[in-house]
Each structure stands twice: as structure tokens, then as C-alpha cells.
Design a protein around this ligand. Structure first.
Ligand code: ADP
Length: 400
């Protein structure tokens, strides 16, 4: 009988999932990927198997996937039919926030769920959707083991001084501190370092995860030392629609002189800023690279400039640099942006191999480069699936 594990990534308007099959030696094999997007609006259900065959491509009536609960029910019913005689062993979830205490993936029970709900104020735009999917699945299938894997967990190794804002101490104790995000992506990249070059395992590395959300992480000996996102995924770099680092006095000004309250500021900073805000054209890097509009060029220039500045800051935190790794949609696919970033960081001794960069080869620096530079496709789902399998196996051994 085939055995399956499923990874779920529940966002505000979409639920994505990846199905893994265990082969006879309990290795994880990707079987299919799917999603329902447009939840509550114009839901669309798509699934593609590993061979690229489209298994499902259906517009759903809007009342059918009206919320996360209904959407999970649709996905679960389809899954049961899809795996037929097979067995669904467990489900793993990407959960944005594990707070101060969840430094490892965890099997979800009532206490864990209650703890994670208390973190909603720290990640109000993400955590409620992650948890809604968990709760919905618990209602449908209370005995199905579910595991939470956190985007913050990888950064728990950072020192207290790295995490602290210069605010009165009691705010830190309340949880107002730097957490960092994209941790599952950084964990994946760290896990493949030995396959790239064995010396990287103990090296000083900056990983640039450049997607719609974007951050940099300084990693030494496989551990997060510092990262550009902080209390929230707003901080740090210029992103698709998020502003990145901003002088807090700008927010005070906007409150005083534009009458903006917390919700209006939240919308401005999360959804109207970044590449979209500066270009006035798009949050999609492909559209900006293709555009002749001077504002598109300015948006790209700012994106690259901020990355260059933050690379400098992380090099200082690391006390040097041995390797730079690009990942995420932009990092993996845009040779132009990579070239611009490397140009900006040439002072570090980066020498780009032009041809390798244009081909998006794995190693894109020349042999004379002081800093080896790489392009690695990230795989957050695989990280979750591996944790899920470990926890599931341990739990089953304990029961037997
Ligand atoms: P998310 O953070 O939503 O997971 P992705 O990692 O998928 O995002 O990255 C999305 C970004 O990657 C978009 O800005 C998109 O324009 C960009 N991107 C994808 N392919 C290319 C490309 N060939 N050139 C430039 N940008 C690209």
C-alpha cells in the first residue's frame, strides 16, 4: 500500500499543497503539487503531478471555497480520492511564527495550537490563515497527525544582542524583538551546502532569498547569525509590495499629517510599497526588467542598492564572507539582478563568471573570486516533509 505525506502552505487567499510518496526505502518522492487560490472570491483548483501532467484545473463556484475551512474540505476530499487505496500518514504545515519558544518543528496538540494562537498579534496577516488550515483539518480528521514547521525557528540561534531593539527592556520580554523569517528556505540551503562544496559547511555565508518577500541571512557554521527581517516580514530589503526598512518617524508623520491609523499604515507598508510603490507599475520583477519606464529602473536600482547595503552590514556581523548564495524567484531566475548585486558587492572580491550567471549555473563566480557565488533553487516543502517524516516515525516508534 502506498504511503503519503502532505505539506500545506495556507496563505490569506490560497492554500498550496505538496504530496509526497514514501518509496520502499522510506525516501520522500514528490508526487504532485496543487493549490486552491482566489479563496472567497474566484476560487481555482489546480493540481499538477511530478511529470507535469495537469490532474485538476477547475474554477470552483465562489460559495464552494468561501473560506479556509471549506477549502481544506475540498482538498482533503480530493486527496482521499487521489491516494485511493494508499494511506495518508500525516500533514505538515508551514507556520510563519513560532515565537520565542518553538525553535523546532512540533507535533500539534491542543496546547501547541493554543500557544500558536497567542502569537497571532505578532503575525496578524499570516498566522491566522496557517492556523485556520490546521483547525479545519483537525475537525475533519481529528486523529490525523499534524506537524507545524516555523519560518522563525532557524533564527533562534541568534544572540540576544542581535534580537534586541533599543527599547525599554520590558518590551523585549513581551516579545517585541527580532525574529527573522524565511527560515525554512535558509534551512534548505544550509542542508545542501555539503553537496556544493564541503568547506561551505563551516563557512561564513550570506543567503539572499529574493522573491516577492525578500531577505538576507548571515549563516556561520550552518547557524543563523543575523537576518534582515526582524519583528515582522516587513523589515529589511525592498520587496514586491513591502517597503523594507523605514525610519519609524515616517510612520509618526503619516499618522500626524495624513490621519493614517494602524490599518491604513499596514496596508500602505505591506501592499502598496516596495517595487510596486516605487515603480507605480508592478511588483513583478520580470515586468520591471522588461520595462523602459524610468520609474521601473529606479525601483530596480533601489532594490539592488538596499541589498548591497545590507550585504555590507551582514558581512560586518559575520566578520568576513566566504560565499554568497542566491535563491527565491528573483535570485534563481534573474541573471540581470544577480549581476547588478554582484557588481555592487565587487569590493568584497566577488568575481562573477558572466556566462555561468547567464546560464543560471549553480556556481556563478570565477575560480579567482574571493567569494564563491551560487544559485540554488530553494525547497521549503521538502524541509517540512523531512521534519514531518522524522516526527511521524518517532511518534509511531514510541507508540509501538
Ligand atoms: P514568493 O515570495 O511569493 O514565494 P517567488 O520566490 O516565487 O515569490 O518569487 C517571485 C518573484 O520572482 C517575482 O517578483 C517574479 O517576478 C520573480 N521572477 C520569477 N522569474 C523571474 C525572471 N525570470 N526574471 C526576473 N524575475 C523573476
Amino acid at each position: 500500500m502506498n504511503k503519503f505525506l502532505v505539506v500545506i502552505n495556507a496563505g490569506s487567499s490560497s492554500i498550496k499543497f505538496a504530496i509526497y510518496r514514501l518509496d520502499s526505502s522510506s525516501q520522500l518522492i514528490v508526487d504532485a503539487n496543487g493549490q486552491i487560490d482566489g479563496i472567497g472570491n474566484q476560487p481555482n483548483f489546480t493540481v499538477t503531478n511530478q511529470q507535469g501532467v495537469v490532474l485538476v484545473d477547475n474554477m470552483l463556484p465562489s460559495n464552494e471555497a468561501a473560506d479556509h475551512k471549506a477549502t481544506i474540505s475540498i482538498i482533503y476530499a480530493w486527496l482521499l480520492e487521489y491516494i485511493a487505496e494508499g494511506e495518508l500518514l500525516a500533514v505538515g504545515h508551514r507556520v510563519v511564527h513560532g515565537g520565542q519558544h518553538y525553535a523546532e518543528p512540533v507535533l500539534i496538540d491542543t496546547k501547541v495550537l493554543n500557544d500558536l494562537e497567542k502569537l497571532i498579534p505578532l503575525a496578524p496577516l499570516h498566522q491566522p490563515h496557517n492556523l485556520a488550515a490546521i483547525r479545519a483539518l483537525q475537525e475533519i480528521m481529528p486523529t490525523l497527525p499534524q506537524v507545524a514547521c516555523f519560518d522563525t525557528a532557524f533564527h533562534c540561534t541568534q544572540s540576544e544582542v542581535t534580537k534586541r531593539f533599543a527599547l525599554p527592556r520590558h518590551f523585549f520580554d513581551e516579545g517585541i524583538r527580532r525574529y527573522g523569517f524565511h527560515g525554512l528556505s535558509y534551512e534548505y540551503i544550509t542542508s545542501v551546502l555539503p553537496t556544493l562544496d564541503p568547506t561551505l559547511e563551516r563557512a561564513r555565508i550570506i543567503v539572499a532569498h529574493l522573491g516577492n518577500g525578500a531577505s538576507l541571512c548571515a549563516i556561520h557554521k550552518g547557524r543563523s547569525v543575523a537576518t534582515t527581517m526582524g519583528f515582522s516580514p516587513l523589515d529589511g530589503l525592498v520587496m514586491g509590495t513591502r517597503c523594507g526598512t523605514i525610519d519609524p518617524a515616517v510612520l509618526l508623520y503619516l499618522m500626524d499629517h495624513h490621519g493614517m491609523d494602524a490599518r491604513a499604515l499596514e496596508h500602505l507598508l505591506y501592499y502598496e510599497s516596495g517595487l510596486l510603490g516605487v515603480s507605480g507599475i508592478s511588483n513583478d520583477m520580470r515586468a520591471l526588467v522588461a520595462s523602459d519606464d524610468p520609474y521601473a529602473k529606479e525601483a530596480i536600482e533601489l532594490f539592488v542598492y538596499r541589498i548591497g547595503r545590507e550585504i555590507g552590514s551582514l558581512v560586518a556581523a559575520l566578520g568576513g564572507l566566504d560565499a554568497l548564495i542566491f535563491t527565491g524567484g528573483i535570485g534563481e531566475h534573474s541573471n540581470e539582478i544577480r549581476a547588478n548585486i554582484c557588481q555592487q558587492s565587487m569590493w568584497l572580491g566577488i568575481k562573477l563568471n558572466k556566462q555561468a550567471n547567464e546560464n543560471s549555473s549553480k556556481l556563478i563566480s570565477t575560480p579567482h573570486s574571493t567569494i564563491s557565488t551560487w544559485v540554488i533553487r530553494t525547497d521549503e516543502n521538502l524541509v517540512i516533509a523531512k521534519h514531518l517524516l522524522n516526527i511521524y516515525t518517532k511518534e509511531t516508534e514510541l507508540k509501538n
